[in-house]
Design a protein around this ligand. Structure first.
Ligand code: CTP
Ligand code: MG
Length: 389
């Protein structure tokens, strides 16, 4: 989205709810889905839409600074057209707070739930186009696929004709002046902006919604979002590389084994580059970042840790993200040590630790580069993981 100083479009992203039904300690918009907050994922979709827009994030008063940091990180240089304001006790008051922050030039407003974290930008574009061409309120709608019954307690009264029903999503778009007037006139709480707009006499039409724009409400929805973000086959690969200089003064640990007659490797922990590369490959496959961001190179509790500790904790993270390890392959590029004699020993040890096949190979670098010149050792690993659920 290009930067403009006075956009005609505004998108209000409401993120001020507490997420009672999700049941997490932090407000819902700040819960992570595969390593990125719901708010951040939603804003990526918003910023990837076509038309330049003023973006107003409505956040809980307790989280204004965090929301601002997230918004600026996503928007980069476009953050000029972005502001963060505090929301209210109901969604409706939160939207009203967003409306109060709009620039004078804005003639079209979209209101969007942050909780619809995976909304495709194309849906935003579709709603904007429809508001401009119709001059009415516009909401995304999808057909109802379940049979719907009217009930009184446990008793079924009748089957409702579902062809007359749709379920609706956000973003919901409106001509700005009419939406402002509708909010000013609102006498009751409405469950969405279109209801409030209709109550004030406004006309609302539908455009086709998107399955991916579903709202994350319950823990099950969060799981669904995580699964949608995984590849559809449930199989993922990752890559990891680690390089360490030789250090004559340190013991050599490589592949979880002690090498008595070899110079050691410099670095945090025991310098076991082979295991570090495997950890990075596993984290990479699960979309969980890397060793540095997960364990921190300055974390003192790991300063002298054996690298198996990282491997175990990495495995727990991957498992926690819902994956099982398929296999791991790792290649060492180094003049020393010569792996041939102990290759099977390393494979056996690491296969036991990971509970999945690990294959190890080695090569030299033909005298070139840091490993060729004998300055250090490099390990390159790939990992394949599968969704365990
Ligand atoms: N919202 C808001 N201000 C409120 C309540 C809700 O900005 N006072 C926002 C939420 O952050 C969310 C969207 O409105 O992005 C849709 O609301 P909902 O899914 O109901 O979120 P919560 O109210 O946070 O969740 P719950 O109802 O489970 O508490
Ligand atoms: Mg709510």
């Amino acid at each position: 989205m290009p930067i403009v100083t006075a956009p005609r479009l505004a998108i209000i992203v409401v993120a001020a709810g507490s997420g009672t039904r999700l049941g997490r300690e932090e407000p819902k918009a700040f819960v992570e889905v595969r390593g990125q907050t719901i708010l951040e994922r939603c804003l990526h979709g918003v910023l990837d839409s076509i038309e330049p827009a003023q973006i107003v994030v409505v956040a809980p008063a307790s989280h204004l600074a965090t929301a601002t940091r997230i918004a600026q990180r996503v928007a980069g240089p476009a953050s000029d057209a972005l502001s963060v304001v505090a929301g209210g006790a109901s969604r409706q008051t939160s939207v009203a707070a967003g409306l109060a922050a709009l620039g004078a030039e804005v003639d079209t407003v979209l209101v969007h739930d942050a909780a619809r974290a995976l909304t495709p930008p194309a849906l935003i574009d579709r709603v904007v186009r429809a508001v401009r061409s119709s001059g009415t309120g516009v909401i995304p709608a999808l057909p109802v696929s379940d049979t719907i019954k009217r009930v009184d307690g446990e008793t079924v009264l009748e089957t409702v004709d579902r062809s007359e029903l749709v379920h609706v999503q956000t973003p919901q778009g409106f001509p700005r002046a009419e939406l402002d007037a509708a909010y000013a006139a609102a006498a009751a709480e409405h469950t969405d902006d279109a209801a409030l707009f209709s109550a004030a006499g406004g006309r609302v039409i539908t455009v086709e919604g998107e399955a991916r724009a579903f709202k994350i409400t319950t823990p099950w929805d969060l799981r669904r979002a995580e699964n949608v973000l995984g590849v559809s086959t449930g199989i993922r690969t990752g890559v990891g590389i680690d390089v360490h200089a030789y250090d004559e003064g340190s013991p050599m640990w490589l592949g979880g084994l002690y090498w008595p007659d070899e110079p050691g490797l410099a670095g945090h922990s025991d310098g076991d580059a082979l295991i570090h590369a495997i950890c990075d490959a596993l984290l990479s496959a699960a979309g969980l970042g890397d060793l540095g961001t997960r364990f921190g190179s300055s974390a003192t509790e790991y300063a002298d840790a054996r690298s198996e500790v990282f491997l175990r904790e990495t495995l727990a993270l991957v498992d926690g993200a819902g994956y099982a390890v398929g296999n791991v392959a790792v290649q060492v590029v180094a003049n020393r040590p010569r792996l041939t004699g102990r290759r099977v020993e390393i494979e056996t040890r690491l296969t036991q630790l990971l509970g999945a096949p690990v294959s190890v190979s080695a090569t030299t670098a033909d005298g070139l580069g840091l490993s060729g010149r004998g300055e250090g050792l490099m390990a390159i690993a790939t990992a394949l993981i599968t969704a365990s659920a």
